[in-house]
Design a protein around this ligand. Sequence first.
Ligand code: PEP
Length: 253
Amino acid sequence: MRVKLVAGNWKMNGDLASNQTLLNAVLSAAASFSAMKCAVCAPFPYLSQVQQLLHGSGIAWGAQDVCQFENGAYTGGVSAPMLKDFGCHYVIVGHSERRAIFGESDEIVAVKFEAALKAGLTPILCVGETLTEREAGITEKIVARQLDAVTSRCGVKALGKAVIAYEPVWAIGTGKTATTEQAQAVHAFIRSRIAADDAAVASMVLIIYGGSVKAANSAQLFGMSDIDGGLIGGASLVADEFSAICRAAQPAA
Ligand code: PEP
């Protein structure tokens, strides 16, 4: 049985005061979603604060990116062992904003994925197509290429130690959510592609959905058989919304 995961991606938002208010409110609601996995992925400077506030709470935390190198002369880089030092459980790799704005290739994403695993972190590997790619009918080809870059470097079993986030780029921060059927179809495709190599990994890997998930659409999305939770951007900055999304990921009573 896969336990659902809801992970907040704060992106480049927050400050010490607002983070504290947000996390205190989420912590107050946490008893209402204790049967699912919840995490927040914060900007690097706030990892220490998040660690202090969430330590021992059952809510995990992580980062939004990681340097592909372990240490040394990489000015501005933050390595996977450094994230581990701050108690991170997760790290997002290959978010579409990193791919598009910072030019991260499939190969760089695969190296970051490998670095995260080596440090004992759980990578949240983001894959997803642009609107042009969807309209050209090549969604599966794009998602397969992004997945294959990781499996050819790290092996399919490595996916068993990771989370996959299907995030259609056209649905991120746009208010346009993929329909439950559109999302389910791509999640099922991802699972079947993994199953072709390793059925056990395919059946246990969490495949979460991201792209304008809100409290109002989360229960329907999470009700689909291959959708194991969500990666939440904008709505993770609003405590009531985020908590309600977490509650939607609770197993049915
Ligand atoms: C994201 O940034 O991963 C994301 C899904 O953003 P939003 O929920 O705002 O669309």
